[in-house]
Design a protein around this ligand. Structure first.
Ligand SMILES: Nc1ncnc2c1ncn2[C@@H]1O[C@H](COP(=O)(O)OP(=O)(O)O)[C@@H](O)[C@H]1O
Ligand SMILES: N[C@@H](CCC(=O)OP(=O)(O)O)C(=O)O
Length: 378
């Protein structure tokens, strides 16, 4: 983990995704914080006027549905939460639409589920719509489609959704606004002595270990989902900043290059379309666990994944499915498997030249994942 307090050069960042959490745009009693929303809208509109392309990922539908339904807390059951979100999403959009109109901006609602990016053609469709909106000067306002998204179609948190969106539209910068002003060495709500980390260059196990759960009953996922988001964004070549949503003017200051919050540096390896989809849209069906040598070959040398470095296989998947590659308990890469989980189990630890001996006619590939179909996420 390196620390770097230098000014950041964000002047060329043109396409910017801003994500606001429920805790940023609502009060603790669940009601909307109009003052905050107004400041946020004003900043986004102003940056759009400067020629930037702004995209807003906004949480808060569930909270915004509480007051109209005379509820004082979020319901427990998923069905009721979905019904409340259906009401709240309308309230939220109406509020944004009115406020953005005051500043002469047109907004469009985009509700996504994992299904909308799971296969590559759907990924490209969602991408085309969003890019067309940007071309037309529309500010997309995105949330998960909570009303229909359950189980396997659910992304589950808007930190991850905003990182996926950033990859989907080739964003230059992702800003996560939260109730905390960055990643700390420990959860500052329980460890007041914790200090902020200004820059993270590599998202390693230590970074996951210090990231805890949500600080309020309103947030989903806490710092952990923000680190997952950073892993997707930086692998998709997008810089990401976590900063406080309660400071007025913070987005402009970040875009202006002030060293605020925690910056997660992009990998600086522009990705081709297929790899972009692998990182930002696809969902893994299982995991391949590798040893240290294999980890180093993939991360440090961009090598293919060979059977000799595999120690275990998790889940059931087929040849051609997308899988995570794990080392030491964290996901270090994502790729398309050349073999099924059953066959990988049979060839794990084996030299590539011996694959045909183990698998017979099925053993046609030297690599379990070819480097062209493998993206590092570490
Ligand atoms: N290492 C850490 N650094 C900063 N915050 C942390 C850390 N670990 C856990 N947290 C908690 O994560 C919270 C932010 O996540 P969350 O409540 O989900 O916010 P949001 O609603 O903005 O998405 C913080 O308020 C804090 O309590
Ligand atoms: N889609 C949900 C929010 C999910 C979510 O990630 O919330 P948060 O942690 O506040 O960003 C909603 O609009 O209520």
């Amino acid at each position: 983990m390196e620390v770097d307090c230098k000014q950041r050069d964000f002047t060329n960042k043109r396409r910017i995704v801003v994500k606001v959490g429920s805790s940023t745009i609502s009060y603790e009693n669940g009601k909307l914080n109009y003052r905050r929303i107004e400041h946020l809208v004003r900043e986004l509109a102003d940056l759009q006027n400067q020629g930037k392309e702004m995209i807003l990922v906004s949480s808060g539908a569930t909270n915004a549905g509480l007051a109209p339904l005379h509820l004082d807390h979020r319901p427990r059951s998923i069905r009721e939460k979905q019904a409340v979100a259906a009401v709240g999403q309308g309230v939220l959009m109406h509020t944004y639409e009115m406020m953005f109109r005051e500043y002469g901006q047109i907004v469009g609602q985009v509700l996504l589920t994992r299904m909308d990016s799971q296969d590559r053609s759907k990924f490209m469709n969602s991408r085309n719509t969003l890019l067309t909106m940007l071309e037309m000067g529309i500010i997309p306002i995105i949330n998960e489609n909570d009303v229909v998204a359950v189980d396997e179609y659910k992304i589950g948190d808007n930190d991850t959704l905003s990182a996926m969106v950033s990859g989907l539209v080739d964003a230059d910068l992702l800003i996560l606004l939260s109730d905390i002003d960055g990643l700390y060495t420990d959860n500052p709500k329980t460890h007041p002595e914790a200090t902020i980390i200004p820059v993270v260059h590599t998202i390693d196990k230590h970074i996951y270990e210090i990231a805890g759960d949500a600080g309020s009953s309103m947030g989903t996922g806490g710092m952990h989902t923000k680190i997952q988001a950073a892993s997707i964004a930086t692998a998709a070549d997008v810089d990401m900043v976590i900063a406080s949503g309660s400071e007025d003017g913070i987005i402009s200051r970040i875009v202006g290059g002030e060293a605020i919050g925690t910056l997660f540096k992009a990998k600086d390896t522009p990705l081709h379309s297929k790899k972009r989809w692998l990182v930002s849209g696809s969902r893994a069906k299982g995991s391949i666990v590798v040893d240290k040598g294999c980890r180093d070959a993939i991360i440090d040398h961009g090598s293919s994944l060979l059977p000799v470095g595999i120690t275990a296989v998790e889940g059931i998947f087929q040849e051609g499915d997308i899988v995570n590659v794990q080392y030491d308990g964290i996901i270090i890469a994502k790729g398309i498997a050349n073999y099924s989980s059953i066959n990988i189990n049979a060839i794990k630890g084996v030299q590539s030249s011996d694959i045909p001996k183990v698998l017979g006619h099925d053993g046609i590939y030297e690599e379990v994942i070819h480097r062209d179909n493998l993206v590092a996420m570490y």
